[in-house]
Design a protein around this ligand. Structure first.
Ligand code: CO
Length: 164
């Protein structure tokens, strides 16, 4: 069973490696990531968040499950911003400005190349998870002061969880 990596674990700021082998262990990893994501009530989960520094994430938005490997954004239109959460930052919500509609390219767990347009929450989730693969988290663009404040808040959340 995979374990969730939380901030400030340094792996969250590492750049991930491209995946070359589309074998059974990759399918197992994707299945295990879905299991942990659902258990944690998340809609997306990226490799670094389970200690795997490889270019893979899983997402389930609008009841569509995606295993996303070696992803990139080809083009984008407009912007969109919502209060985002992240399984690696318990209790924290931050509004992030992102692209609105994106045209993306990635491989699935079979290695098949997929190109599609994403909008709304699917687009936002994809961009959030893609950032994880570059070692970028959703609080990175914030000021040092705000980050310090959020870190303290996360500690409080963790302490509460330990107590109950
Ligand atoms: Co996240």
């Amino acid at each position: 069973m995979l374990k969730l990596v939380t901030y400030p674990d340094p792996i969250l700021h590492e750049k991930c490696m491209k995946i070359q082998e589309f074998d059974d262990s990759l399918k197992k990893l994707a299945a295990d990531m879905f299991e942990l994501m659902y258990k944690s009530n998340g809609i997306g989960l990226a490799g670094p968040q389970v200690g795997v520094s490889q270019r893979i994430f899983v997402m389930d938005v609008n009841s569509k499950k995606r295993v996303v490997i070696n992803p990139k954004i080809n083009s984008n239109i407009g912007t969109n911003a919502i209060e985002e959460g992240c399984l690696s930052f318990p209790g924290i919500h931050v509004k992030v400005i992102r692209f609105g509609i994106i045209n993306v390219e990635y491989q699935n767990e079979e290695g098949t190349l997929i190109t599609e347009n994403l909008s709304g929450l699917e687009s936002i989730c994809f961009q959030h998870e893609l950032d994880h693969l570059s070692g970028i988290t959703f609080i990175d663009a914030l000021s040092e002061e705000t980050k310090k404040f959020l870190k303290k808040r996360m500690e409080r959340v963790k302490n509460v969880r330990r107590d109950t």
